[in-house]
Design a protein around this ligand. Structure first.
Ligand code: NAD
Length: 268
């Protein structure tokens, strides 16, 4: 883009851009897909639940947006490679790659086995690496792009055990360790790919509990809300603005950093 006043008016325009969203059928992924599509992007939802990805695609198409699904298991290197190559050969471009997949064992510090720890890291950290490596490689070849990883407030601070009292399960130790690793991966890739016009950033959500998963857990949700300076948990569409910003030319000089969307959770 140029810095004419005309282009400033289109800072957030994603017309013609191809977005690959891993985990795009999820609680935070789908509203972000919709916001990106609203700004003109064509969306490819990659998910290991192809039925859920298909439902997301239907929802987006129903609103008049361009969307399609591709099967991808982030835990399988070959599956990630195939999905990215499929997008490249079908569309001839890859402008934005976002990873909003999630994985958790729910195991406590004392219970968690090394195998379970590694299974968590396999999706959240190794998966983040493989996905961004594959997407970044294509972007380097095609002349640039934007990679966005979803981190977590629990990659910045520990869960407060006073919020996770039974019957509520724990937030397991592998999760935050993987998310902290994702942030360092973001910085590393941003530095290595900076000269090649591939920007790499993270969105770091605070508490965005999916109501459907917390039926009967109102006391827990209340404890979470009380930990947020803004006094409430996040609504699923509230990460979408950060996604549009990082995907678009509005963030053309932003790389190697994170946007924390947590209502102030990590501020005190
Ligand atoms: N919801 C929150 O409160 C919260 C808070 C902090 C960080 N985050 C992070 O934000 C991101 C999105 O969270 P969410 O709440 O939308 O999660 P979600 O569970 O609703 O969605 C995750 C999506 O990833 C897909 N997925 C899981 N494993 C996969 C795999 N191996 N391969 C491909 N797809 C896979 C799921 O099918 C699902 O569609 C995650 O990275 C999560 O860790 C969420």
């Amino acid at each position: 883009m140029t810095n004419s006043s005309d282009s400033l008016g289109r800072l957030f325009d994603l017309s013609g851009r191809l977005v690959l969203m891993a985990g795009g059928a999820g609680h935070l992924g789908l509203p972000a897909c919709e916001a990106l599509a609203r700004h003109g992007a064509k969306i490819v939802i990659a998910d290991n639940r192809l039925d859920a990805a298909g439902a997301g695609v239907e929802l987006l198409r129903g609103k008049g947006f361009q969307a399609e699904a591709v099967a991808m298991d982030l835990a399988e290197e070959s599956s990630v490679h195939e999905a990215v190559e499929q997008v490249r050969s079908r569309h001839g471009r890859l402008d934005v790659a976002i990873n909003s997949t999630a994985y958790t064992t729910g195991k406590s510090l004392e219970q968690m086995t090394a195998q379970e720890w590694e299974a968590g890291l396999r999706v959240c950290l190794t998966g983040a690496f493989v996905f961004s490596r594959e997407a970044g490689r294509v972007m380097v070849e095609l002349g640039g792009g934007s990679i966005i990883q979803f981190g977590s407030m629990y990659g910045m601070v520990s869960p407060d055990p006073r919020a996770y009292i039974p019957p509520m399960g724990v937030n397991p130790p592998d999760y935050g360790a993987a998310k902290a690793g994702v942030m360092q991966l973001v910085r590393y890739q941003a530095v290595m790919w900076g000269p090649k016009k591939v920007r790499v950033n993270a969105i770091v959500p605070g508490p965005f509990p999916n109501g459907a998963n917390y039926k009967g857990e109102e006391a827990f949700l209340d404890r979470l809300a009380k930990k947020v300076p803004m006094g409430r948990v996040g609504k699923s569409h509230e990460v979408a603005g950060a996604a549009v910003f990082l995907a678009s030319d509005a963030s053309s000089f932003v790389t190697g950093t994170q946007i924390v969307v947590d209502g102030g959770w990590t501020a005190w």
